[in-house]
Design a protein around this ligand. Structure first.
Ligand SMILES: [Zn+2]
Length: 95
């Protein structure tokens, strides 16, 4: 068994390193390396791509008119150009 601390070769049954006396029974602490980061980020990116296309497919399969991505101005007149009401329409109706 090779020591994770100093690299000294030890007997497989050894409980501590001959050279640095590190405890060989406990596993070494784990640290993420570049390969782990690439793999994890790749998995996250792949999940996001699958999610995006899944949501796009679901939105395209919606019935009319909910499948429309660019909503015509007739359906949303409040999103059109800012218009100010004429002065006479702002007044309270006469009794
Ligand atoms: Zn050692």
């Amino acid at each position: 068994m090779k020591c994770m601390n100093c690299g000294q070769e030890n007997k497989d049954a050894a409980k501590a390193c001959r050279k640095c006396s590190r405890d060989l029974a406990t596993p070494p602490a784990w640290f993420p390396d570049g390969k782990w980061h690439l793999k994890t980020l790749g998995i996250i990116y792949a999940c996001l791509v699958v999610f995006y296309f899944g949501v796009s497919f679901i939105l395209k399969s919606l019935p009319k008119p909910y499948h429309i991505r660019k909503i015509p101005i007739e359906m949303t007149p409040w999103l059109g150009k800012a218009k100010y009401l004429p002065e006479d329409q702002l007044k309270a109706p006469a009794k």
